[in-house]
Design a protein around this ligand. Structure first.
Ligand SMILES: [Mn+2]
Length: 260
């Protein structure tokens, strides 16, 4: 059996060091072969020269814990670069496509937030990236602190401050990638949504715990579970199953077992 764990939106910040330890304990107590870090692992990333020792300890631990660790950039840590991450044995990809499952950060689905999509288009150009990264660390810290101050004031990590996905966009992504399961974070609205094209499972943001997705591939079937990850316990919240090759997900009745 192959197990893939997906988590997102840890929003780790060195000013809250206890969150690093909590997240590491919660994630590493799950038995998995591959880990997908689906974006916004860090609250802000201004370049590898600005990394905190806590950031690097976390990346080292997660990168070496399993066969494979993949990072999908979020809207807050999109400047984490693939060369830097590769030294921790972490691969970088804009999205992960597994058989009939697509994993993305999720901001791509919030197409009704025109201001954000415009901002994203601007900061994801090579030109913006180069111009930002060639500023001194000090200048970048000032810019990041300003953004952080503004976001604290508006509590931008609140779910109601982040727009939700657009249903038509979800459908078109699932159709374009021909998947029956879409997994994403970003919206901080952890839930399982039956969709026209299958299933959509949303991961949560984190404080000292979080809700991720565990995919377990068996010989002829696959389960996708919404699981609560805490330092002291791991709990299945909801579990869905499909037979391999059949794009139909059924809810598993035995879904609230504590696995450890
Ligand atoms: Mn995000």
């Amino acid at each position: 059996m192959k197990r893939t764990l997906i988590v997102s939106d840890l929003h780790l910040d060195p000013s809250l060091p206890e969150r690093y330890e909590a997240a590491l304990s919660a994630i590493t107590r799950v038995d998995y072969d591959a880990l997908v870090l689906a974006g916004d692992i860090f609250e802000a990333w201004i370049g590898s020269d600005g990394a905190d020792p806590l950031d690097e300890a976390l990346l080292t631990e997660l990168g070496h814990r399993s066969e494979k660790t993949v990072f999908i950039p979020g809207n807050r840590d999109f400047l984490l670069d693939s060369t830097y991450l590769s030294q921790f044995k972490i691969q970088t990809a804009p999205r992960v496509l597994l058989e009939n499952i697509l994993i993305i950060h999720g901001d791509e689905l919030c197409t009704s937030d025109h201001d954000y999509q415009r901002f994203k288009a601007e900061v994801r150009t090579e030109q913006w990236r180069t111009s930002f990264l060639t500023k001194s660390l000090k200048e970048r810290q000032v810019i990041a602190n300003d953004l952080r101050q503004a976001s604290r004031k508006n509590q931008m990590n609140r779910a109601d401050a982040i727009g939700d996905v657009v249903e038509l966009t979800v459908e078109s992504w699932m159709e374009d990638f021909e998947v029956s399961l879409l997994i994403h974070g970003h919206t901080h609205r952890p839930q399982v949504h039956p969709q026209k094209n299958g299933l959509r499972i949303v991961t949560s943001d984190w404080n000292l715990m979080g809700i991720g997705v565990l995919l377990e591939v068996k010989k002829e079937s696959m389960t996708a579970s919404h699981i609560r990850l805490e330092a002291a316990s791991t709990e299945y919240l909801d579990q869905w199953e499909t037979c391999l090759g059949i794009p139909e997900w059924k809810r598993n009745s035995s879904s609230s077992d504590v696995i450890k």
